[in-house]
Design a protein around this ligand. Structure first.
Ligand SMILES: [Zn+2]
Length: 198
């Protein structure tokens, strides 16, 4: 009885855990231009919910489909304000204006932050998960978040916004942290190699 009970508890725990692993720098899916979503249906809604669970667990405020290995043009976000969780499907940034320097991080490059210059305000259009058209004027943090997630749909990462020595230093850091293989262990010495024992 106890055994059965604990199996059920484990099953519930597994079910509640994040269903996706976030892909990090070096994963080729993060460099692909994602494809348009062709159908907004129940499976997309389910996927968006799973992505939100994954995002909240990190915690993060935005997550694009390529970051969980799905090369489709949509992302979820939640600024933690009254708006609640949102999804934007096949977004297009129709207009942008102003400039704003702001420190950005990324769940796919965990632990690192850079000051990135981007337009301050944007006008973005797209679809929500009901298939309704969305037309949104965004400023400051929301604008920043949407531009960041939009970049993921085009295979663009934060380091691509840096220039010159700053970019070189950032690339070196991310390569060391996420790409370089660990040092090869010393090959074991074959102490008796070739030695004929009587
Ligand atoms: Zn990101």
């Amino acid at each position: 009885m106890l055994g059965l009970r604990s199996t059920i508890d484990n099953a519930i725990l597994v079910n509640m855990a994040s269903p996706y692993e976030i892909r990090v720098f070096g994963d080729p899916v993060l460099r692909k231009v994602a494809e348009d979503v062709t159908e907004i249906d129940g499976s997309l809604v389910e996927l968006a919910n799973d992505m939100l669970t994954t995002m909240y667990e990190e915690p993060g405020i935005g997550l694009a489909a390529p970051q969980i290995g799905i090369s489709k043009r949509f992302f979820v976000y939640d600024l933690g304000d009254d708006e609640g969780p949102k999804a934007l499907v096949n977004p297009v940034i129709a207009e942008s204006d102003g400039e704003w320097l702001f420190e950005e991080g990324c769940l796919s490059v965990p632990g690192l932050h850079w000051e990135i210059l981007r337009p301050k305000q944007i006008h973005v259009v797209g679809y929500d998960l009901d298939g309704n058209e969305v037309s949104l004027e965004a400023d400051e943090l929301l604008s920043r978040l949407i531009q960041h997630e939009f970049d993921h749909l085009d295979g663009v990462l934060l380091v691509d916004h840096l220039e010159g020595d700053e970019r070189k230093a950032a690339m070196k850091t991310v390569r060391e942290l996420f790409i370089m293989p660990p040092e090869e262990p010393e090959p074991k010495k074959r102490l008796f190699g070739g030695l004929r024992l009587p």
